[in-house]
Design a protein around this ligand. Structure first.
Ligand code: ATP
Length: 509
């Protein structure tokens, strides 16, 4: 499905609304509706279980959004958490200059892919992709172009050469994707942190920031956690919480928001052992995604071309969103940069005493960081399909179904009395609902024909529906319907809990 269809489905079925809609909305801020909040909570629970519950050496934290403002000086965010922005003078649209260049690269990559596909068809089994890319004149030309653009981009970003970045846009003849105009302003740096004022303290003194990442709350607490929980290196601290960024361009629904949520884990290791854990976490995080049934083709690793100032290795897990492969999660080897900076700025020792080595050191850190909202969008676009299914008369009809992993589904089971104006049926159905509601998020629905009620549940991804009919009154059996196979079978009321429990269990990792 394309993004437009996802957005309208998200609204129609109570997943996501534009924030402040009655006031015409607030750009890049969204509210989660009744089904949205359930799906979001399930995503967070899946992450928390996989990180905290399943690792004896990882513990949780919930640090405050407001922190001492010096933290953001130490972390480098005050000076360097900038994006280069550029305006188009004709369309008045604002862009991230580096993203314009990256999108240009994606276009060239598309051309290569097209040629490769054509050649694959032509050469069949003998096809050697690498050889083709290096030898085919047009394709190898594209490959060289990309290499040269990437190196110029890296150079200008790393040296903060904004004029050079503008020149790159001009040289590549990049046009505004909206208007086609090439009339660009100069490139300027824009700091992404929101700030506010503490109590009645005026001016710079009382300036507070809304955290742009949850990680710093972990760094400044790492010794508290280590000491109070008697953690031994290697160990991790996990946190889920809101983060805020004044994004320059925020046009892709919940992919890029100004207020969003992150799930971050910082793993503290001995200096020199970071690459081993970096590789381990790469594998573990990919396994976490795949266990949900996400097709392998929709996920890929993407090494960073430009390393952030604090990192000695960094990779993204990219997901194939409706607008192409984009970052879903980042895995970074952050060295001891953050802890060392906090030591410098606070003048406090943040070292760990390693009982095995009998020495003090500042740990190195591997970070895994994923946006809850991006994960939500990934799950949404992965699972929402329109398909042809046989209806009650055996004819084919269309249904929109969210094939979410059952553990993530907002509603686990719907309880449907066959007819709404038969009190004996509705009473029985309500007693089944009461039996199930202690264990699962359930929905009772008596409105409309049974087929329409099934469709409503399909559209929000409910894995099971049970129907209470006249036979139920005789023998306490119900029809249970499976969302994906559409199989309907008769089971006794006593069995429903265990059938559903089994069907919605968490993915095994
Ligand atoms: P991008 O390059 O897309 O701006 P980033 O590299 O700045 O992302 P990180 O700082 O690594 O992102 O943040 C970690 C994760 O937080 C990202 O992988 C993403 O899932 C999520 N995230 C970051 N910015 C946003 C945002 N504005 N809206 C929603 N999620 C975000």
């Amino acid at each position: 499905m394309d993004l437009k269809q996802l957005v309208s489905h998200a609204k129609e079925y109570g997943f996501i609304y534009q924030s402040s809609e009655v006031y015409d909305g607030l750009s890049a801020v969204y509210d989660y509706g009744p089904n949205g909040v359930e799906l979001k909570n399930n995503i967070k629970q899946y992450w928390w279980r996989a990180m905290v519950q399943m690792h004896e050496n990882i513990v949780g934290l919930d640090s405050a959004i407001f922190m001492h403002p010096t933290i953001w000086k130490a972390s480098g965010h005050v000076d360097a958490f900038n994006d280069p922005l550029v305006d188009n003078k004709d369309s008045k649209k604002r862009y991230r200059a580096d993203v314009l260049v990256e999108d240009h690269i994606v276009k060239i990559e598309g051309k290569i892919e097209k040629e490769v596909k054509k050649a694959m068809k032509r050469f069949g089994e003998d096809f050697d992709e690498e050889k083709f890319k290096s030898e085919h004149p047009r394709v190898s030309g594209y490959v060289d172009q990309i290499t040269s653009i990437k190196s110029r981009l890296k150079e200008t970003i790393e040296s903060g050469d904004l004029e050079g970045l503008r020149q790159l846009i001009v040289d590549l003849d990049i046009a505004d994707p909206v208007s086609g105009s090439r009339n660009w302003t100069e490139v300027r740096q824009f700091n992404l942190m929101f700030n506010t004022q503490l109590g009645n303290v005026a001016g710079e003194e009382g300036k507070l920031y809304l955290r742009p990442e949850t990680a710093q709350g972990i760094f400044v607490n790492y010794l508290n956690v280590q000491k109070t929980q008697r953690m031994k290196i290697p160990f991790g601290i996990a946190q889920i919480g809101k983060a805020f960024r004044n994004e320059i361009v925020a046009r892709q629904f919940i992919f890029r928001m100004r207020e969003f949520e992150q799930m971050e884990m910082q793993f503290f290791v001995r200096p020199g052992e970071e690459m081993k854990y970096y590789q381990e976490w790469k594998a573990q995080r990919m396994a976490w995604h795949l266990a949900l049934g996400t097709p392998e083709d929709n996920l890929r690793f993407h090494d960073h071309d430009n390393l952030a100032h604090y990192a000695n290795a960094a990779v993204d897990i990219q997901f194939k969103f409706p607008f192409g492969f984009k970052e879903l999660e980042g895995i970074h080897s952050r060295t001891d940069f953050d802890l060392k900076q906090h030591e410098d700025f606070s003048s406090k020792k943040l070292q760990y005493f390693d009982p095995e080595l009998q020495e003090n050191y500042t740990p190195y850190v591997i970070e895994t960081s994923i946006g809850v909202d991006r994960m939500f969008l990934a799950m949404f676009s992965n699972s929402l399909v329109i398909e042809e299914v046989p209806d009650a008369d055996g004819k084919s009809s269309e249904r929109t179904v969210m094939k979410l992993h059952p553990a993530l589904a907002p509603v686990k089971i719907a309880i449907l009395p066959l007819l709404k104006n038969k009190p004996e049926l509705t009473k029985k159905a309500k007693s089944v609902f009461d039996q199930l509601k202690l264990d699962f998020n359930c929905q009772y629905d008596e409105k409309d024909a049974i087929g329409r009620r099934y469709r409503r549940q399909d559209a929000i991804g409910t894995p099971y529906c049970v129907t209470i009919d006249f036979d139920t009154l005789e023998d306490d059996s119900v029809t249970i319907r499976d969302r994906d196979s559409l199989e309907q079978r008769r089971i006794s009321i006593d069995e429903i809990n265990s059938v559903v429990q089994k069907g919605i269990s968490w993915p095994t990792l």
